[in-house]
Design a protein around this ligand. Structure first.
Ligand code: CO
Length: 134
């Protein structure tokens, strides 16, 4: 069902420092920060030949990654995102296996303007998992 790894998201306490690490130490192509108020994050996109890394920093009071950073003050991997062809079909197939879809179960428009859903980490080997229709 899942296709390509679209991105790995890393929550970071210091966005500038994290971007510098990817740009200078690792020699990657790194975007300018993009504020996405509807998702409560500021994102820096790291473009790799085969996928992306997204550096996420909390934006606003109710950021969904604030709690994660409280528990992981140095930052850490927050989620992985896999591409699917049909997000509704994927959701229904996953729900039929008993997997928990977060939120109200309806796809939301994600950071790339495409529909996404998040799946409960306890059902996916301890990793918050995002699916995105491409
Ligand atoms: Co994501």
């Amino acid at each position: 069902m899942i296709g390509k790894l679209n991105h790995v998201a890393i929550a970071v306490p210091d966005l500038e420092k994290a971007a510098k690490t990817y740009r200078e130490t690792l020699g990657a192509k790194v975007s300018e920060p993009h504020a996405i108020p509807t998702h409560g994050v500021t994102v820096v996109f790291v473009e790799l030949p085969n996928t992306k890394v997204e550096l996420l920093h909390p934006l606003g009071a109710n950021s969904p990654i604030a709690k994660f950073l409280e528990k992981n003050p140095d930052g850490g991997m927050h989620h992985m995102c896999f591409e699917v062809e049909d997000i509704i079909a994927a959701r229904d197939q996953l729900k039929a296996t008993g997997a928990r879809v977060l939120g109200d179960g309806e796809p939301k428009i994600g950071a790339h303007g495409k529909p996404v859903l998040f799946l409960h980490p306890k059902d996916f080997v301890g990793t918050l998992t995002e699916i995105e229709q491409v």
